[in-house]
Every structure is written in C-alpha cells, then in structure tokens.
Design a binder for this molecule. Structure first.
Ligand code: SF4
Ligand code: SF4
Length: 433
C-alpha cells in the first residue's frame, strides 16, 4: 500500500461543497418506471442507430441502439417490455434527440453476454466496447477507444475527486462497492498493459481513502479539496507532476484517466456479463424534499426521480442536470437519465444567484482563478463582438468549461456560455476553411 499527498496547484477555487445533504445516504435502487426513454445519444460521437421496431418485445439487456462508428456506443434496453415508440423528443436541455421508448412489463430477467474465456487485452476491450461503456463521469467518450491508445502508456489514474458540489454518487460507490471498483480497475490496467495505478481522492473523503488503502497494488493520492480537482489535466498534475500541454491529451504524457462508475461498468460487463443499463445519480438541493443517491435504469424520466425523492418544494427555483459548476440548467423535468448523468439538482433561492449581469469592471478575478490560466474577460468580449479569431488566439479552445471564472465574477458575466459559444464558432470556422 502506498499513500501520499498530491501536489498543489496554485489556481482553482474553493466552493461550498454542500455534500452533507446526501453524503451519508446509501445508494437506493429505485423501482423501474412504467416507461423508459432510452436515448441514442448518451455519448460523444455519432448517435447509436435504433435496431428495434415499434411493437417489438425486448428483454432488459437487449441491444436497442447500435453504435454507428468507432466514436459511438451501443445502447441497451434498461427494462423488459414492449417498444412503444422511436421518437425524436426535445428534452429539457433543448436538444432534439432520438429515443427508444419501452413500456415496462416488469419482467426482471435480463439478457446477458456469454461468459468470457479469453481475458487478453483485446478481448477485454472488445467486451467493454460491446457493453456500450463510455466515460461515465460526464465526458461520454467510448471507453474501449480510450483503452486502445496508439502508444504504450505507463500510468492509469482513477478519478475519485468528485469535486463538484452536491454530488456524492462516486463517493458512495467508493464506500459501498470498493471491491467491484478494484476489479474494474484491474481489468482496465490489464487492457492497457499498465502496472502503475493511482487512485486520486480529495481529502474531504477520508472514508473513501481508507477503503482503498488496503490494496497493495494501488497508489492512493490524497488531493487537496479544490475545484476543479477532477479535471483530467489538474488531476494528472496533482497525482504525477506531469503537465499536459495545451492542445495535448493525457495519452501524450503516458496517462489514461478513468472514472469510478466506469470501472464498475467494466467489472459488470466482464465478470457479470452485463451491458450498461443503469446509472447512479445524486438527486439533491434544498428544493427536493428527500435528497438521495439512486441507482436507476437508463431512460428514467427525471420527474419519476423527483417523485421518488418526495417531490419538489414550492420554493424550488432552478433545476440543473449535473453539478452546479459544470451542469446544465433544465427548463423542466422533461429529461431522462443517460449514461453520463451524475446529478439532478433542485435548487432554492439561497442556493443560486439571481443577480443580473452588469458591465465588466476589469477586476481580473476571472483570470486570477482560471485553472487554465486564460483571460476569460477578453475571450468573452471577443465572442460578443463576433471576433472568434481573437477568441481563439486568447485560448478559448483550452477552456475546460469549469465555471470558476463565472463563480468569481462580481458582475455575474455569463463567461462560460460565451466561451462555449466561441468554441462552437471556432470549430465551424475551421470546418468551413
Ligand atoms: S475560462 Fe474556462 S477554464 Fe478558465 S475558469 Fe472559465 S470556464 Fe474554467
Ligand atoms: S471577473 Fe467579471 S468583472 Fe472581473 S474582469 Fe472578469 S468578467 Fe470582468
């Protein structure tokens, strides 16, 4: 066993973590809803293509959406029942996406893959690909691709930081399913042919640190509680001292970063022969009557989650998919759980800022705290002027959209939205030459 403190980095911010609402609440398995809406776009890359038809009777675990390329992922029925629709639905994030709608017949049996007999790296990666596993921390990048780097890596880092306020699903899993995570980690390391494995955990999770201390072949690194510690580049620096240059990826410095939930999904696909059909999500905030950590089938309507948690209080003013720093505001509860979901927040007045944006006062706070050393105020102003070339020159593409700049801005400028728009426009510019 090796346990040590991580390196400090001088930037980043301290945000109230508000984790106490659910940190001591064990994960509850929620009863599957009467209907699930299984989205074909639960990952980065091309949407899966529906491979069932309306009227088909499917068992839980049957493929309902087939990956349509290398950067894509298979999607499976999360309950047994009848396919009653293949629909394009505009969800509460304003995205029009395709969903396979299944009416639940409450048959709990499940279709499984065959037992694996060959545990070579290629076979492990193929099983992970087949099971539709993607980065479950939010990125949604196909895990099989991440486990197939072009050059040999030497470190696997498991991201146990969970630095977003309110969220506790990774934390609860680290306590409740330590052995399963460990088995998943060993499979990921075997796929990558890597011996050095680091688990990075923030110092505010002493029980999780203790849970992983007992594994002799893992290095546990205790990270300072600091936002955004869970960002890949910062996690890599704080655990190994390696710096990922701008425009480069973790594999360029010999590292692969994997998420806690992803490791459980790998274990379940390889040892239990299960495709990915469920997620664990924290439903929290003062706006929900009984905040909980829930295990739910993919495609569960958010209103069912809220009902299971006792409903919304009348004072609820904002709904967020994800954490308050990087999550996205929802316009309602017309949303359905996806592989990458970690949180649904129901927030009251005292948990949000209602201050309207005023003019930038050039205080420099946003730049001072940007973990990527950018100058968000300039990128915003270039974006608002439609000058995307200069927005790019000032590093818009290196922004990790962590929200630290906006959190600190006394003028409440919508900095992240501007930078994220700049990124879209810059990509369009490049595509069109
Ligand atoms: S500019 Fe981007 S990386 Fe920097 S603080 Fe803002 S959101 Fe984070
Ligand atoms: S923190 Fe806000 S007010 Fe201060 S420089 Fe940045 S954008 Fe302007």
């Amino acid at each position: 066993m090796s346990i040590k403190k991580g390196k400090n980095y001088p930037y980043g911010i301290h945000v109230p973590d508000r984790k106490s609402l659910t940190e001591d609440k064990p994960i509850e398995s929620m009863l599957a809803p009467e209907k699930v809406y299984v989205c074909m776009s639960q990952h980065i890359g091309a949407p899966a293509i529906p491979c069932v038809a309306v009227g088909d009777v499917v068992k839980k675990g049957v493929m309902v959406g087939q990956a349509s390329g290398v950067i894509s992922a298979n999607v499976f029925a999360s309950v047994s029942g009848t396919v009653v629709g293949i629909e394009d639905i505009v969800n509460a994030l304003g995205q029009k996406l395709t969903y396979v709608v299944i009416e639940n017949n409450h048959d709990e049996s499940q279709t499984l893959f065959e037992d694996m007999t060959d545990f070579s790296p290629a076979s492990l990666i193929e099983r992970i690909r087949l099971a539709g596993i993607v980065g479950l921390g939010g990125a949604g990048f196909p895990t099989a691709v991440k486990l197939s780097p072009k050059s040999q890596l030497d470190v696997l880092i498991i991201n146990g930081a969970e630095c977003e306020p309110y969220l506790n699903c990774d934390y609860r899993l680290m306590l409740e399913r330590t052995d399963d995570i460990y088995k998943g980690i060993k499979y990921a390391a075997a796929a990558l042919k890597i011996n050095r494995i680091i688990v990075g955990i923030e110092a505010n999770k002493p029980q999780a640190i203790k849970a992983f201390e007992r594994f002799d072949d893992l290095e546990v690194v205790i990270l300072k509680k600091q936002y955004p510690m869970g960002s890949e580049k910062h996690l890599i620096y704080c655990t190994t001292g390696r710096k990922v240059p701008c425009g480069k990826m973790p594999f360029d410095v010999g590292v692969c970063v994997q998420n806690i939930k992803t490791m459980i999904a790998c274990y379940e696909a390889i040892d239990l022969n299960k495709p990915l059909t469920e997620t664990v999500i924290t439903v929290s905030g003062n706006g929900v009557k009984e905040p909980k950590n829930l295990k739910v089938p993919l495609g569960t309507p958010f209103n069912t989650l809220v009902e299971y948690c006792g409903g919304l209080s009348e004072q609820t003013m904002k709904l967020v998919a994800g954490g308050p720093m990087m999550g996205k505001a929802l316009v309602g509860l017309n949303q359905f759980t996806r592989k990458t979901d970690s949180g649904l927040l129901c927030l009251q007045r005292e948990e949000i800022s209602l201050q309207s944006a005023t003019n930038c006062i050039n205080c420099g706070m946003c730049a001072k705290n940007c973990p990527m050393r950018l100058m968000p105020m300039y990128i915003e102003s270039f974006t608002l002027a439609g000058d995307y070339k200069n927005a790019e020159r000032y590093g818009a593409m290196n922004c990790i959209e962590c929200g630290s700049c906006a959190f600190n801005c006394p003028a409440k400028r919508a900095l992240v939205q501007s930078i994220s728009l700049a990124k879209v426009k810059i990509k369009e510019m490049k595509k069109n030459g």
